[in-house]
Design a protein around this ligand. Structure first.
Ligand code: ASP
Length: 295
């Protein structure tokens, strides 16, 4: 379909686990290049879904964030990955939880969505699905994953991180994608908000949301869907809805941040942790890359 709209927007995040004592210049440079590449994709007419997934795949193999290659092992020394994707144009969704050894968990989530029968596969079953789909598998986990502590916050015991992307394409469709290695030192089988549609990820025809922070609080607050509900039922603006949803996380005792876009291409990327690695671009704003500075 040829679109006449010139409205597009893209936000990516590299997690709300950011420590002011650490040097994130490499991540900043990466985010700058990433958002420029994503902008080109959207301007070339690529769908929000393809663009959001492409952004997350790039971050998963960069080794610069706590997702994919940059993920930390759990207490048993095994990396378990969570990811989800949602297409706002039709509310289709796909997710994987506690998936092992997939190079691109987000691609596994996307294939589940494309198959259409299930929304989420977990553990062994998710791994079997990824293999059956011919997805790239980590050949040697012992050497593939990179040192995670420098990407997170609060050291190896408390830290966490995630990557995510939300996009609005020239056809007016929204999509969201999120992928994580979870919290450092997590128990085997622990699953956070990232693969849960409505908690860590949401997209409909009004808003797309990708969250990052201590997942247990985002699950309890139902954050990503909360943003949409506040806009749909409460008439809140994107800024009001995202601020209120994040305040609810805080009220429960958690912290973190989220990125969100509405169908007009408005951008929100609030956080109440120390920082959130993030970048945004749209037809109205030149690319910005931020970590500790507020919006
Ligand atoms: N939300 C992720 C989780 O709890 C971690 C993060 O976003 O930093 O698994």
């Amino acid at each position: 379909m040829i679109s006449t709209s010139t409205t597009y927007a893209l936000i990516v995040h590299g997690g709300a686990g950011a420590d002011p004592a650490l040097d994130y210049r490499e991540q900043e440079a990466h985010l700058r290049a990433l958002i420029a590449g994503g902008q080109k994709r959207l301007l070339a007419g690529e769908s929000a879904l393809d663009t959001a997934v492409a952004m997350v795949k790039d971050m998963e193999t960069s080794g610069l964030y706590v997702a994919g290659k940059g993920s930390a092992p759990n207490r048993d020394g095994i990396v378990e990955l969570d990811a989800s994707v949602m297409d706002g144009s039709n509310r289709q969704a796909g997710a994987v939880a506690a998936l092992r050894n997939a190079v691109h968990p987000i691609e596994a989530a996307r294939r589940i969505m494309a198959e259409g029968r299930y929304v989420m596969l977990a553990g062994e079953g998710a791994g079997a699905f990824a293999r059956a789909q011919g997805l790239e598998i980590v050949a040697d986990p012992a050497t593939y994953y990179v040192d995670h502590v420098k990407h997170g916050s609060g050291g190896a015991q408390e830290g966490h991180g995630t990557v995510g992307a939300v996009a609005l394409d020239l056809s007016g469709n929204l999509a969201a994608a999120t992928s994580t290695g979870g919290t450092f030192n997590k128990m085997a089988g622990r699953v956070g908000d990232t693969p849960l549609i409505g908690a860590g990820t949401w997209a409909d025809d009004g808003v797309a949301v990708s969250c990052t922070g201590l997942g247990e609080y985002f699950i309890r607050a139902g954050t990503a869907r909360d943003v949409s509900a506040r806009m749909t039922y409460g008439g809140a603006s994107l800024n009001e809805a995202t601020a209120a949803a994040l305040a609810e996380v805080k009220r429960l005792g958690g912290d973190g941040g989220l990125i969100a876009l509405d169908r007009q291409g408005n951008i929100a990327m609030p956080f109440n942790s120390k920082g959130m690695k993030r970048a945004a671009v749209s037809d109205k704003i030149a690319a910005v890359v931020r970590i500790f500075e507020p919006e």
